[in-house]
Design a protein around this ligand. Structure first.
Ligand SMILES: *[C@@H]1O[C@H](CO)[C@@H](O)[C@H](O)[C@H]1NC(C)=O
Ligand SMILES: *[C@@H]1O[C@H](CO)[C@@H](O)[C@H](O)[C@H]1NC(C)=O
Ligand SMILES: *[C@@H]1O[C@H](CO)[C@@H](O)[C@H](O)[C@H]1NC(C)=O
Ligand SMILES: *[C@@H]1O[C@H](CO)[C@@H](O)[C@H](O)[C@H]1NC(C)=O
Ligand SMILES: *[C@@H]1O[C@H](CO)[C@@H](O)[C@H](O)[C@H]1NC(C)=O
Ligand SMILES: *[C@@H]1O[C@H](CO)[C@@H](O)[C@H](O)[C@H]1NC(C)=O
Ligand SMILES: *[C@@H]1O[C@H](CO)[C@@H](O)[C@H](O)[C@H]1NC(C)=O
Ligand SMILES: *[C@@H]1O[C@H](CO)[C@@H](O)[C@H](O)[C@H]1NC(C)=O
Ligand SMILES: *[C@@H]1O[C@H](CO)[C@@H](O)[C@H](O)[C@H]1NC(C)=O
Length: 506
């Protein structure tokens, strides 16, 4: 009885504290916390036609990309995974007699994507240029010429032979639910789920046979399907789709919100926790429907907008979107999110090579990836819990390592532009954290404002190409040393509008 009264009044006390603006964060993962987050949960997708740009080759590796990827590995203990694919994977043809690694043919030179890609054996050097990377490899499903089977077979054999252990998964076709009726994909409007399954089973059989013949003993694994819409006629989610894949993979299906809506403000499109929750809800539903398969649910190719992004996606606000999107996904047990990259695209984390006379360039979303990597940290048992906050324009997470509270993440998503003449507002968060913590290192993601494209730092460090070629360069000594005290089990942090902070509890 005494016990019950004690815990009852304790509960009332805690509720009163929450009401007073304190956020109670349990010492161990609460009900509803994520399962352990796999290494490489926040990863990259690289457009097929941009592979050589991003990685270089074995004699000329892209050292800038290598540095940027290594920084992420340094934070989490593992490289991000790399998915190779996208629209151009379905325009790609292997030619064993081609001397050039890759040959891109453009309809109009200024297009984002070539209309045709041919690649020869040297193309596969790119997969060994940065040792230690693991790839999922995109094969062409769309091609329907009379030699489709031999073409696919030779591409699959070449990938197996030349990629070796760097080849982890194969993916057949990109956004196949987009094919029906689009002339460039060679499928009639009545190409349905049934035809897709028949063709997928036939062609993965071709791939498996070719790989097993070329590389005896190889374990051929596929990720599938790679649909763009969740609500289209090909929607597999409510059906058993008969695809024997090792991973269950979808694109970001947020068609209504993300398809080319350049007129939305950065605030509503990218700096909006409610928007992130809404756009991932379809995936969480699909993942639940498919959980009986026992396969990891992943997002094969995502980013903040369709059509390679727009002006808003090249911004600090877009980096904050990366952080909230990655953390909300992983909190809800999505096992991998591949953020899409391509040479010249607007939403990328970095431009790996000179484009239109501009030098290679670290873009704000890279800082978002760095923040995610430091939020997850280097632990083999990272679990996440969301800390509910009242407004659309804020988001917070608790991070557990080995079942104990380790880090806190707070994002102030209120859009504040660099040209503003008003004082930059801040939000203050007070976390009540049971346990014996005394201090917290503050790792801030900071920059001139939501629209800023440069002068960003994470924990006082710049990763800009101009400074260190992507290696960390401390530009803000004070920022790097920032600490806060934990007093009476409470820790307080101010987070300026359009910025974020991680508290590493000690
Ligand atoms: C490797 O990359 C360098 C620099 O781009 C290029 O000059 C060379 O031809 C490439 N090697 C092959 C085999 O493609
Ligand atoms: C790796 O991370 C540690 C700890 O954060 C840091 O001291 C070190 O400089 C980093 N190394 C590189 C190469 O970034
Ligand atoms: C590149 O591809 C185009 C179109 O298929 C072809 O006309 C051209 O000869 C190719 N160039 C090389 C160097 O292979
Ligand atoms: C490929 O698709 C095109 C366009 O739909 C069609 O005309 C052609 O007959 C198809 N080829 C084969 C071999 O199915
Ligand atoms: C699709 O339509 C074509 C004629 O346009 C027809 O020949 C074919 O049988 C149809 N396929 C299916 C699966 O209905
Ligand atoms: C955030 O997005 C939701 C819809 O997802 C919308 O209702 C809301 O107005 C947006 N909030 C802001 C601040 O733009
Ligand atoms: C995580 O697990 C791997 C492989 O089991 C091990 O090599 C590594 O040291 C572990 N890392 C940590 C931080 O425990
Ligand atoms: C301030 O920046 C925002 C975002 O870049 C832009 O939309 C707005 O026009 C700018 N305002 C002024 C007064 O320059
Ligand atoms: C970036 O920082 C440098 C040095 O502090 C400053 O000169 C420059 O104006 C800043 N640029 C922007 C876009 O804020």
């Amino acid at each position: 009885m005494a016990m019950a009264m004690t815990s009852g009044s304790l509960l009332l006390g805690l509720l009163a504290q929450q009401a007073a603006g304190q956020l109670l964060v349990p010492h161990s993962p609460p009900a509803g916390a994520s399962e352990p987050v796999p290494k490489g949960a926040s990863s990259f997708s690289i457009e097929f036609s941009s592979v050589v740009d991003y990685f270089g080759n074995t004699t000329h590796p892209n050292e800038y990309s290598q540095n940027l990827l290594f920084n992420l590995k340094n934070a989490t203990g593992a490289f991000p995974k790399i998915r190779i694919g996208g629209t151009t994977q379905d325009r790609a043809f292997y030619n064993p007699n081609q001397n050039a690694a890759i040959n891109l043919t453009y309809e109009t030179p200024t297009d984002d994507q070539p209309i045709k890609v041919t690649y020869g054996p040297d193309f596969f050097q790119s997969y060994h240029a940065i040792p230690g990377l693991e790839f999922s490899y995109g094969l062409n499903l769309a091609y329907n010429g009379s030699d489709q089977s031999t073409q696919l077979s030779s591409a699959a054999a070449a990938a197996c032979k030349n990629m070796g252990s760097a080849l982890s998964l194969s993916e057949l076709g990109n956004e196949p639910d987009f094919y029906p009726g689009y002339p460039s994909y060679n499928r009639p409007p009545n190409w349905t789920m049934t035809e897709y399954i028949r063709e997928w089973n036939w062609k993965t059989g071709v791939v498996t046979k070719a790989m097993e013949k070329e590389c005896p003993g190889v374990n051929v694994r596929f990720v599938a399907p790679s649909f763009i819409w969740s609500n289209c006629e090909l929607r597999p989610c409510k059906r058993r789709y008969g695809v024997d894949a090792n991973g269950c993979s979808y694109m970001d299906t947020d068609c209504e919100e993300r398809y080319g809506l350049t007129d939305l403000s950065m605030q509503s499109l990218l700096m909006n926790h409610t928007g992130v929750v809404g756009s991932l809800a379809v995936h969480l539903d699909a993942a639940r429907d498919l959980s009986y398969l026992g396969l990891p649910y992943t997002l094969s190719e995502v980013n903040g907008m369709a059509l390679q992004g727009g002006a808003w996606t090249w911004s600090m606000g877009s980096a904050l979107w990366v952080v909230d999107f990655a953390l909300w996904s992983t909190t809800n047990n999505i096992k991998r999110i591949n953020f899409h990259q391509g040479t010249g695209y607007r939403y990328v984390a970095w431009q790996p090579v000179p484009v239109d006379g501009a030098e290679p360039n670290t873009r704000p979303p890279y800082y978002g990836q760095i923040m995610v990597a430091h939020a997850l940290g280097n632990s083999n048992s990272t679990r996440l819990a969301n800390i509910p906050l009242p407004s659309d324009t804020e988001s917070a997470y608790a991070v557990y390592h080995n079942e104990l509270l380790s880090r806190l993440v707070a994002l102030n998503l209120e859009a504040w532009y660099a040209n503003s003449t008003t004082t930059r507002p801040s939000k203050e968060y007070t976390f009540r954290i049971p346990g014996r913590y005394t201090t917290a290192n503050v790792l801030r993601f900071m920059g001139p404002g939501a629209d800023a494209r440069s002068n960003l730092t994470f924990d006082g460090v710049s990763y800009d190409y101009e400074l260190g070629g992507g290696k960390p360069v401390v530009v803000d000594e004070m920022g790097k040393k920032e600490r806060v005290h934990v007093k009476d089990g409470m820790v307080r942090i101010e987070v300026p509008a359009s910025s974020g902070a991680i508290l590493v509890l000690r």
